[in-house]
Design a binder for this molecule. Structure first.
Ligand SMILES: Nc1ncnc2c1ncn2[C@@H]1O[C@H](COP(=O)(O)OP(=O)(O)OP(=O)(O)O)[C@@H](O)[C@H]1O
Length: 254
């Protein structure tokens, strides 16, 4: 089994005359936390959208476990074990917390429409399993007491944890987190760092992260790719990236 889980090469995305992403290359290894950082407008989200199947890149190759997923829509990409959260939390806000985790499992449940309509034993069994699974994830995230509350009424930090649970319940191999620390208070950020470490350790999931909070990025990442104006500047260990004059210049200007 190769060490590389996700391989991105020659990734380019053009919006009309704007080259938003220009020849970006990186790979994410199994069990690795890999971060993409860079000033506003550097092209990070566009890379995410290409990898996650929300944009079709202009050119480039995206391989998940050696298989090409370039240009596939997000639901197909998800079948390869790649799921994401969004900069602005996207939950079913009018469903309960528990229901959000039930819905997330429906695509994976093997029972079909007929079994569901007639509530056949096989359907009831998989519903029970799904509920057990959901409750375990709510416990894990420390939000079980809110199981029957509408997701939209949860505190923001809890919504973010629920969104991560909704991804994890599909048993991904690569979890993509788009600015997960945005809007969190300092304690919630520390909890998030511990959570990312724990997810990788206990579930063997690799994490691809976009984040502006440098303390989180430096604390949690194995390697970091820095982008500026759509181009990759450097990929390296947190200490290498922190000390690189090109990175300092990109953030602070001349
Ligand atoms: N759908 C789109 N259509 C046109 N231009 C876009 C589109 N999406 C992004 N861009 C442009 O591409 C460039 C890169 O944007 P992108 O959102 O990927 O940057 P980013 O590094 O994620 O920035 P931020 O940190 O502010 O989220 C920007 O100039 C942006 O305006």
């Amino acid at each position: 089994m190769s060490e590389t889980l996700l391989k991105v090469s020659g990734l380019t995305m053009r919006f009309g005359g704007l080259l938003a992403v220009d020849q970006v290359e990186f790979d994410v290894r199994r069990d690795e936390v890999f971060a993409i950082i860079g000033p506003n407008g550097a092209g990070k989200t566009t890379v995410f959208n290409c990898v996650g199947g929300f944009y079709k890149p202009t050119t480039g190759d995206i391989l998940m476990d050696g298989k090409a997923i370039t240009g596939q829509p997000s639901h197909k990409v998800a079948r390869h074990g790649l799921v994401r959260t969004f900069q602005n939390v996207r939950l079913f806000k009018n469903l309960t917390v528990l229901e959000n985790l039930m819905v997330a499992q429906h695509t994976r449940m093997e029972t079909g429409l007929l079994q569901g309509l007639f509530k056949l034993p096989s359907f009831r069994h998989s519903e029970t399993e799904a509920k057990k699974n959901a409750v375990q994830w709510l416990d894990f995230m420390g939000i079980r007491q809110y199981a029957n509350r509408e997701a939209g009424n949860l505190a923001y930090g809890h919504q973010r944890r629920l969104e991560i649970a909704r991804c994890m319940i599909t048993q991904p191999r690569l979890l993509m987190l788009d600015e997960p620390a945005a809007g969190l208070n300092p304690q919630e950020k520390r909890d998030l760092q511990a959570l990312i470490d724990q997810l990788r350790r206990e579930f063997g999931v690799a994490v691809l992260l976009i984040e502006h909070d440098m303390s989180l990025v430096m604390g949690v990442s194995d390697r970091i790719l820095v982008m500026e104006h759509g181009k990759p500047i450097i990929t390296g260990l947190p200490d290498e990236v922190r000390a690189d004059p090109r990175v300092i210049k990109a953030y602070l200007g001349e």
